[in-house]
Design a binder for this molecule. Structure first.
Ligand code: NAD
Length: 258
């Protein structure tokens, strides 16, 4: 049986860890030729990523470096001959209220989380236009739509991703490029592991994060990857400009306290 992404080429930014690694693994399992672009990959020819299937290739690229992103995208095309799918997943966090983060921190987080998606999309667009199955999936967050404490800067960046997704969807739908986003709740990744490690009481912090989600647990990276695979799938060709929540009901539900 033909796999869903057979013959297609996917680029996943931030694919060396967590959600991005799960997305790269899933798209590869579904038949895509996958190239990870990540700042944590050594510069040079395409390499493998520790912990990912051998068939997933990776290139060094920092999404804050426009020239570096363009060079990496051209290396993808030189390696695989095309780009059909771009997953803009690379992102970093920030904690605090508006009183806490400096202008430099605001600039740094928006540079990765928002402008990074612009740079990767801009570099991939000419190649996506040449594809019959072109799709961009951006990784937003529950923080885009729910007011979470101590996440002013991060939430602003992910709200921008949501707005950018809709604007990009409108701009590119008539040239055959579908743009959508996923909005995960708190997901069990190395990022959250680092946050928990830094907490005074990691077990209590984890329990509080789990209790915040109506289904009572953290989201898995594989579940987010499943949503990305749905959105990027050529069979989803009428799904355009949506934000697909993967948050255990956190966005939509209002449960009574237990
Ligand atoms: P992670 O820290 O485990 O992985 C992030 C990856 O992005 C790393 O491999 C890192 O090297 C890469 N990266 C960071 N900055 C980069 C840059 N400038 N250029 C290239 N690569 C860069 O994090 P994760 O939890 O897997 O998060 C992935 C995405 O999912 C982020 O956009 C994040 O905002 C989003 N998200 C995460 C959660 C969560 O709870 N973990 C929830 C909602 C949304």
């Amino acid at each position: 049986m033909t796999k869903d992404f057979e013959g297609l080429v996917a680029v996943v930014t931030g694919g060396a860890s967590g959600i991005g690694a799960a997305i790269a693994t899933r798209l590869h399992a579904d038949g895509a030729r996958v190239m990870v672009l990540d700042r944590d990959i050594p510069a040079g020819e395409p390499s493998t990523v520790h912990g990912l299937p051998d068939g997933v290739r990776a290139l060094h690229a920092d999404v804050t470096d426009d020239a570096g992103v363009r060079t990496a995208v051209e290396q993808v095309v030189a390696t695989y001959g095309a780009i059909d799918i771009l997953v803009n997943n690379a992102g970093i966090g920030a904690q605090g209220t508006v009183a806490d983060n400096t202008d430099e921190q605001w600039a740094a987080v928006l540079d990765v989380n928002v402008i990074g998606m612009v740079r990767a999309s801009r570099a991939c667009l000419p190649h996506l236009r040449a594809s019959s199955y072109a799709s961009i999936v951006n990784v937003s967050s529950i923080a885009a739509t729910a007011g979470l404490p101590q996440r002013a800067l991060y939430s602003a960046s992910k709200g921008a991703v949501l707005a950018l997704t809709r604007a990009m969807a409108a701009d590119h739908v008539r040239e055959g490029i579908r743009v959508n986003c996923v909005s995960p709740g708190t997901a069990d990744t190395p990022w959250i592991g680092r946050l928990l490690d830094a907490a005074d009481d990691p077990a209590a912090e984890r329990a509080a994060l789990e209790a915040r989600q109506p289904h009572g647990r953290l989201v898995s990276a594989a579940e987010v990857a499943g949503a990305v695979a749905y959105l990027a799938n050529p069979a989803s060709s009428s799904t355009v400009g949506v934000s697909l929540a993967v948050d255990g009901g956190m966005h939509e539900l209002r449960l009574r306290p237990q």
